[in-house]
Design a protein around this ligand. Structure first.
Ligand SMILES: Nc1nc2c(ncn2[C@@H]2O[C@H](COP(=O)(O)OP(=O)(O)OP(=O)(O)O)[C@@H](O)[C@H]2O)c(=O)[nH]1
Ligand SMILES: [Mg+2]
Length: 521
């Protein structure tokens, strides 16, 4: 079962919302007009049925209008054209707001007599020498629930009728009738032949199954059958809904020419390539190196050989040199060199490749729309990446063992210094020829002061080599942790700036096409 009209309208409204910023403006505008018109028409209720009599000049629209009304309400005549503005005949009471909406000021009220709810409109000629007539016809045809096309034996095959009006209305077969008027001018078999011929042309117009009635406003033949047909349609109270449904279907078809494909979605390899490109552009490798070096530097300042520490202290802290904040702070800018042209180009190429593959299988213009979504934030990327790096929690801090080993290094310096002073003292005693007056203690056959001096120096050096090795390993581990943290920050930038917009665009495609499918029924 096809969805009810209100569901279709909601779906079409959603599709229009999505289409307006994405697809061709003209069909989107037409669809919006359909949604608005349907809202107005349904708001006026379906108790009344608006039936318009339309057709070429002199076919007998006004004459049939009078015949149906049973009264000379409008002028029918030999002068061409006769009718210049629409006139309404309303069976029963009501329909005031409806006629206001239709902007038909000329109204006649008739007793219900079974046609209660019928609002019949006599229109000017659509093929008029007066341009205003055609405009008025087109305006009312867009609003009427049911159109009765009145033609005559001479002009029923006119190109202007079929090419400009009937063929474009191929989806509207349930919203129209055709009356071959002036049947009294032909013999019975000629009427039948003309009707068959007219039916054939209608089939060629794509209007298979539209009923063709023969009638004569002059002798009243066929008018009763036309009245019966109208009575049934009016009683069913469906014409408005049927017409709006045809409008919705046509608008949805119009908008849906780019539907039908299924997107592949973001490819994992493309995502990896993009993240890699963004990491390079963000300077992640430089930050990771700075984290490693920074740890090694701080480690040797804390635990290295004190005699050469001053040299290390001369070299600046690599993290501070990059202006990486002590605590994560996305508001701060770093002094990272910024992406090179090559790096930016690679980010751009990776985004485009990702968009292209993600939208593979979609009809135009969707691949272009997805690409636009992927590259929309390109300008802001460098700044966003820099903020992401500045806002990343990098591993810092001093391991507790540093202070223990720092103390040890200091102690060893004191030991060496003690040995050195002792040796200086001994040298002084030797100068004074008192060398043998004070015995020098020995350790394993070596004089103790020498052992203290050389041992202290050597032990400090060995300790420095050992801690440097450990700090090197720990530095690399911190580098890896930093790389991981930075990667997740860069991922956030990729998601917000590229991946989510691409996904959103693909989702918009799916939602729009699903909505159009529902609107089409
Ligand atoms: N023989 C015959 N003449 C008809 C019939 N219907 C209308 N006419 C005549 O055809 C002429 C035009 O009729 P109208 O009713 O004014 O035609 P119309 O379609 O309203 O014309 P416009 O308002 O100018 O578009 C009039 O002279 C009518 O008398 C019919 O069934 N048979
Ligand atoms: Mg007329």
């Amino acid at each position: 079962m096809s969805p009810p009209l209100d569901r279709r309208l909601t779906a079409l409204a959603e599709a229009v919302e999505l289409a307006e910023t994405r697809l061709d403006a003209a069909p989107a505008a037409r669809a919006r007009a359909v949604v608005e018109r349907a809202g107005r028409r349904l708001g006026l209720g379906v108790e009344e049925t608006v039936v318009a009599l339309a057709g070429p000049t002199g076919a007998g629209k006004s004459s049939l209008f009078n015949a149906l009304a049973g009264d000379e309400l409008v002028t029918a005549g030999r002068r061409r054209p006769t009718t210049a503005t629409a006139t309404a005949a309303v069976w029963g009471d009501g329909a005031g707001p409806l006629l206001d909406w239709l902007e038909v000021p000329r109204r006649h009220r008739l007793a219900g007599d079974g046609l209660s709810g019928l609002v019949l409109l006599d229109l000017p000629d659509f093929d008029s020498v007066e341009a205003a007539h055609r405009l008025e016809v087109d305006r009312v045809l867009a609003l009427a629930d049911l159109v009765v096309w009145i033609v005559d034996p001479q002009k029923y095959a006119d190109a202007s009728l079929h090419e400009h009006y009937l063929r474009p209305l191929a989806g509207y077969r349930d919203t129209m009738l055709v009356v071959l008027n002036q049947a009294d001018l032909l013999a019975a078999d000629a009427v039948a032949a003309a009707r068959d011929d007219l039916s054939r042309i209608l089939r060629e117009d794509g209007l298979d199954g539209v009923s063709v009635l023969a009638a004569s406003a002059t002798d009243g033949g066929g008018v009763g059958a036309l009245r019966d047909t109208l009575r049934k349609r009016v009683a069913a109270r469906e014409a408005a809904v049927v017409r709006l449904r045809a409008d919705v279907e046509a608008a949805a078809r119009d908008l849906g020419t780019s539907c039908g494909g299924k997107a592949k979605g973001v490819d994992k390899a493309d995502r990896t390539r993009l993240l890699g490109a963004l990491e390079e552009a963000a300077g992640v490798p430089a930050v990771v190196r700075a984290v490693e070096r920074g740890h090694r530097r701080a480690g040797s300042l804390a635990t290295g050989w004190p005699l050469v520490r001053w040299a290390k202290r001369m070299r600046p802290d690599p993290l501070r040199r990059l202006h990486l904040p002590e605590r994560p702070d996305a508001a701060q800018r770093t002094s990272l060199p910024g992406a090179t042209g090559v790096q930016r180009a690679e980010v751009s190429a990776a985004s485009r490749a990702l968009a292209a593959r993600a939208s593979e299988g979609l009809a135009e213009p969707w691949p272009a729309l997805v690409r636009r979504a992927a590259t929309r934030g390109e300008e802001d990327l460098p700044e966003r990446l820099d903020r992401a790096v500045a806002g990343t929690e990098l591993p810092r801090g001093r391991p507790p063992w540093w202070s223990v080993f720092g103390l040890l290094q200091r102690a060893l310096v004191v030991v060496a210094l003690a040995g050195a002073l002792w040796l200086v003292a001994l040298a002084g005693l030797g100068y004074l020829q008192l060398r043998d007056a004070v015995p020098t203690p020995e350790l394993e056959g070596f004089p103790l002061p020498t052992v203290l001096l050389l041992g202290g120096l050597l032990a400090g050096l060995l300790l420095a080599v050992l801690t440097q090795w450990v700090n090197g390993i720990a530095g690399r581990r911190r580098g890896r942790r930093a790389a991981k943290a930075l990667r997740s920050s860069v991922e956030t930038v990729a998601r917000d700036g590229i991946l989510a917009p691409v996904d959103d665009e693909l989702a918009a495609h799916d939602r729009l096409c699903a909505a159009l499918a529902e609107a089409r029924g």
